[in-house]
Design a protein around this ligand. Structure first.
Ligand code: SAM
Length: 437
């Protein structure tokens, strides 16, 4: 680091005496930034390069916060926020190839509500955490897969307008925040990671369309894993390095140029330039002219009878059209239209809306997190209502005057989950795994 940073080294070293910065991203699919600022109880300050980002000026735990449970925000390191914020545009089909726990996926899905994001995570247990985060935030434009990068390259060749590759790395930018990253570091770790990064990129790049964009990022500082990989993408894969947005350029340092190759449009996020942990990223365009996708749309897998009964359920309970609905096994999903154009094996195709028990359609928790604001029958709890803790604990709550049937339970008007009203009592349908103890 001394060699890399020269006279900035002392400033870098001093950052190790400060606590790591904490930040959150406001879920703008559910709440406006102004309203969030008005109801969020902890002190925050804005980030210059990310409208929906807030530095959290408190070390309070947020895991049990009802506004967190309602998916109104996602905790994300401010350095990690810089890479998606640096993209001038997001549209069409997006693949996040190494997506868990979901920071970049959430950023892309919220920035571009009309885009369709495939959030992939090869590690199955991490993919489940990713699914939970997508569900908690109620994102309607994200599907989740657990495939290898080369399977994605093979089965979805040329399908994506943007590939986000936030790859496993030696984690040198995380030394302050994660002592485990420091403990795991050794002389070989950068070379080992660089080889893995190249292998992942080689596998997944065929999934990028001609003229499509790759966002490559790591949370490390080593040249081997950062600029050397960018050089590899330029020289071996024929890609072109593109500039970041001005707001992100202003808080980051230029990438280090290698033997005459100008890499200043690749960016280094340093904790001594802006609050946050270390990050490196580069935006690159694949060669070739963008072509109009010719992928055909596969019709949803659902029978006329199933569709009719689900529409009847939706008409009874919701003020919104669920759009395209398809079935996978016993589960039904409301999906983004572009989902039907990709031949992938999904863990989750979109918003899981429910399943049948005999003739009855039973709503899934995800229906409430994604479409709860359109529920006609609601129990609105304020942050000070004692029933809020009871509901999050899994208990039945009182609700006078509601019709019998499914209801959405909200906090400050924002959906937390569901329940079933029977004679003035709401039977709790908040998932067991999410309940507060
Ligand atoms: N993008 C995520 C976010 O913003 O929350 C963080 C991703 S993390 C830096 C890298 C991910 O790559 C990990 O979830 C890890 O399981 C996954 N990974 C590890 N080895 C991999 C491999 N060989 N191929 C694909 N993904 C891999």
């Amino acid at each position: 680091m001394r060699r890399l940073l020269g006279e900035d080294y002392a400033r870098y070293e001093r950052t190790f005496s400060d606590p790591p910065a904490r930040a959150l991203r406001i879920n703008t699919a559910k709440i406006t930034a102004d309203r969030f600022d008005a109801i969020f109880p902890l002190p925050t300050s804005p980030l210059s390069y990310e409208e929906a980002g807030r530095l959290l000026l408190s070390d309070a735990k947020v895991g049990a916060d009802p506004l967190h449970a309602a998916g109104l925000y996602y905790m994300q390191d401010p350095g990690a926020m810089s890479s998606v914020a640096a993209l001038p545009e997001i549209r069409g089909r997006v693949l996040d190839v190494a997506a868990a726990p979901g920071g970049k996926t959430v950023a892309a899905a919220l920035r571009a509500p009309d885009a369709f994001i495939v959030a992939n995570e090869v590690n199955f247990s991490r993919a489940k955490v990713l699914m939970q985060n997508v569900e908690r935030l109620g994102l309607r434009n994200v599907a989740v897969t657990s495939l290898t990068p080369s399977d994605l390259g093979k089965y979805a060749a040329g399908a994506f307008d943007l590939v986000i590759a936030d790859l496993p790395c030696s984690g040198e930018g995380m030394f302050r925040k994660e002592p485990a990253a420091l403990a795991a570091w050794n002389d070989n770790i950068c070379a080992m990671n660089a080889a893995r990064q190249r292998e992942i990129l080689r596998g997944v790049l065929p999934a990028l369309s001609d003229g499509g964009i790759l966002l490559y990022s790591t949370c490390t500082y080593s040249l081997e894993e950062d600029e050397e990989i960018v050089r590899y993408l330029i020289e071996r894969e024929g890609m072109t390095l593109l500039p970041p947005t001005e707001a992100v350029r202003a808080v980051t340092a230029p990438g280090i140029s290698l033997s005459g190759l100008d890499l200043s449009n690749a960016r280094r996020f340093y904790p001594f330039l802006s609050a946050g942990e270390g990050q490196f990223f580069a935006i690159l365009r694949k060669g070739g002219e963008p072509t109009r996708s010719t992928a055909r749309s596969v019709p949803p897998k659902i029978s006329v009878g199933e569709e009719r009964r689900i529409r009847a359920f939706a008409e009874r309970y919701l003020d919104v059209d669920l759009g395209l609905v398809t079935r996978q096994g016993d589960a039904y999903y409301a999906v983004h239209p572009l989902e039907r154009t990709l031949p992938l094996r999904y863990l989750s195709e979109g918003v899981r809306i429910g399943e049948f028990s005999g003739d009855n359609f039973l709503p899934h928790h995800n229906l409430f997190t994604a479409f709860g604001s359109a529920f006609r029958s609601r129990v609105d709890l304020s942050l000070t209502d004692p029933r809020l803790a009871e509901y999050l604990h899994g208990e039945e709550i009182a609700a006078d005057g509601l019709r019998n049937g499914f209801v959405c339970v909200t906090v400050e008007g924002y959906p937390l989950g569901g329940g079933k009203c029977v004679d003035g009592r709401v039977k709790n349908r908040y998932p067991k795994g999410l309940r507060n103890n």
